[in-house]
Design a binder for this molecule. Sequence first.
Ligand SMILES: Nc1ncnc2c1ncn2[C@@H]1O[C@H](COP(=O)(O)OP(=O)(O)OP(=O)(O)O)[C@@H](O)[C@H]1O
Ligand SMILES: O=P(O)(O)OC[C@H]1O[C@](O)(CO)[C@@H](O)[C@@H]1O
Ligand SMILES: [Mg+2]
Length: 341
Amino acid sequence: MNIGILTSGGDCPGLNAVIRGVVRKGIRAYGASFTGVRDGWRGLLEDDVHPLHVTDVRGLSGRGGTILGTSRTHPYSGGGPARMREVMERRGIDALVAIGGEGTLAGAARLAGEGINIVGVPKTIDNDLDGTDYTFGFDTAAAIATEAIDRLRTTAESHHRCMVVEVMGRHVGWIALHSGMAGGAHAILIPEFPQSYEQICAWVTSAADRGRAPIVVVAEGFTVAGEDDTPVADRGLDKHGRARLGGIGEMLAPVIEERTGIETRATTLGHLQRGGSPTAYDRVLSTRLGMAAADAALTGEYGKMVSLRGTRIELVELSAATEGLKKVPLERWEEAQILLG
Ligand SMILES: Nc1ncnc2c1ncn2[C@@H]1O[C@H](COP(=O)(O)OP(=O)(O)OP(=O)(O)O)[C@@H](O)[C@H]1O
Ligand SMILES: O=P(O)(O)OC[C@H]1O[C@](O)(CO)[C@@H](O)[C@@H]1O
Ligand SMILES: [Mg+2]
């Protein structure tokens, strides 16, 4: 059997480890062969594919990015499923492993409904996909943000300043919550639970009164309670019309400075959170998901997605990942409250 592999949507640390896991398991356990599809659905629609050998995946578990490239090409553009079927037939591809976020998995679910043999692997640093406990890439992003907080703390302490650190996450606060807890932040601001300027400044002042340099971690999708509830996106739209979130940190810093009298600086971590090598945890999770995807693709479990449940890798319906955003629940937010201020 020949399996096509593609990565689609934004990149994420661990994609290469998934690709390696699929290929290694597929070759060793099933004697399968593989086809690399360039740049997500684009490669399939434009017949931009190539054989993927075991030598191509050597040493990949620790490498960031994706050796296959990625894009946000829509699977129903340029000929859609009919064209994909034609390319798969011509290239002898029997089934696909699609690694991507909610958009890619929604596309994969529709394609599976039309009879294309497809298995999904959930990815995102945002950890906002339902149907899986954690996504690979999230641990790496949270670790990078934590290291940044540690570094910002020493310069903040030297200058008796407040530091605002803006992290990614789109409309959820998982990266902010985890890096904020790990880094000992005095305020953690997440989209799920808007806070007022008064509350934010109270946390900052309380930390400063104890002689600490206040650290505020803010998720890019956070909005201030009582103000405009649309997240700041001062860099406009991307070429697919999606709002490019970001700017809330720069917006908050002068307000905190003015209201508390504490000199305040803002840092936006941006794509640093997505680049480079995955953590050991993400390498293991990615490799396990990749191996399970090989099992699913080679035993005909199409229309399914591999998922982490507790410590086990299980199969769920592809639609499970795309039904809703996995937000930070109230109990996780309440649990963190005692640490703030
Ligand atoms: N319901 C859908 N049906 C088919 N294709 C879709 C659907 N939703 C999104 N897509 C397409 O899937 C591709 C990938 O989606 P998107 O750009 O949102 O990335 P993603 O896989 O969700 O990853 P990210 O976490 O970076 O957003 C895009 O071309 C998008 O147009
Ligand atoms: O790479 P782009 O298109 O700037 O997208 C950035 C977005 O993608 C993510 O990194 C992952 O979904 C978000 O956290 C962020 O809002
Ligand atoms: Mg998406």
